[in-house]
Design a protein around this ligand. Sequence first.
Ligand code: HEC
Ligand code: HEC
Length: 325
Amino acid sequence: MLKSISVLAVALAGALAAGTATAQTYGFGQPATPAAIAGWNIDVNGLSGAGLPAGRGTVAEGQKVYEERCASCHGVFGEGAGRYPVLAGGQGTLTADRSVQTVGSYWPYAPTLFDYVRRAMPFPAPQTLSDDQVYAVVAFILNLNNIVPANAVMDAKTLAAVKMPNRDGFLTSTWTHDTRPDLHSTACMKNCKSGPVQVISDLVSLHVTPEQTESGNVGSQVEFKEAPAGPATAARPAVPSVTFAQVQKIIAQRCAVCHAQKPTQPGFSAAPMGVMLDTPQRIKAAAKKIGEQAVESQAMPIGNVTNMTQAERKLLGAWIAGGAK
Ligand code: HEC
Ligand code: HEC
């Protein structure tokens, strides 16, 4: 099975490399014509305006399009109806506590406005405007923001020449004056850390990311030690090793609420069956039983009321397998 998939993959890769051969050779699909590709290939480069099509539009023409197709959501003056986005105003508010981010206050490049409106607006019927209508409505929105005058005509050339107020707000050029050290360090791509690597926290342990159970990833609990460099050991994979502190933390969280001299779990007044897991000595002495109950049968925590994870069970298993030190 695996082999036949890879044979197919090689055949497909070959077909793709031969351009449109796929359709003819295998009898499915049809070659993408230049016209079909052009229908999708509508991106405009914000910085240079490359990709802007032929056509033109005035502010006055744009006002008509806007009132018919846009104002119901974005407001007659771009102020936004209800919770629809505000398109005008907000200039000078970006550093305020509550900034108003609009085309005029926020967007760095004017050609992007053409790209966005042509691609995505009007929201219920995208790509129903002609290029002339898009140029016109873009001219109108820029005029609403006092960026172009009322007699402006927008086309590929004039639109690319418009300088937006927040043009430099995104650029790293402004960061060169920033003295924070992490903005100036050289990226390290190789042998960046000498000595052991220790993962001390991750999103799994914060319960932000679902844990992986099958792949052997045991989340944050395991400390990964890099194999020492050198020809003799270079091929050795990283070996997870478990510290007692990790074990103790899990037991405290998942077991000791019941298994302690004074249980904190409601309904428990004494350690069930006298099993106490509240000191390092008691935990070590009970290692075998912990393995039976929490790793093998997984009968504990009872009803898993303390939400023990598979990763934690694996970790306990690894600790016991390593001699429960
Ligand atoms: C039915 C309501 C509706 C209509 C009509 C509509 N829009 Fe929008 N517009 C939206 C919504 C919703 C968003 C936000 C979309 C998103 O974030 O994915 C949006 C976003 C935008 C934005 C980006 C705002 C920003 O700063 O992020 C622009 C520009 C825009 N619309 C222009 C137009 C233009 C021009 C028209 C008319 C041709 C139009 N819209 C018609 C609902 C509408
Ligand atoms: C909600 C309370 C609770 C939690 C949390 C809990 N246990 Fe228990 N544990 C019990 C109860 C109740 C019994 C007695 C079960 C019975 O009577 O069969 C028990 C019994 C045991 C026993 C003795 C089993 C035997 O048959 O000898 C061990 C060992 C044990 N638990 C280990 C653990 C470990 C390890 C954890 C954490 C991974 C844990 N328990 C979490 C309630 C709990």
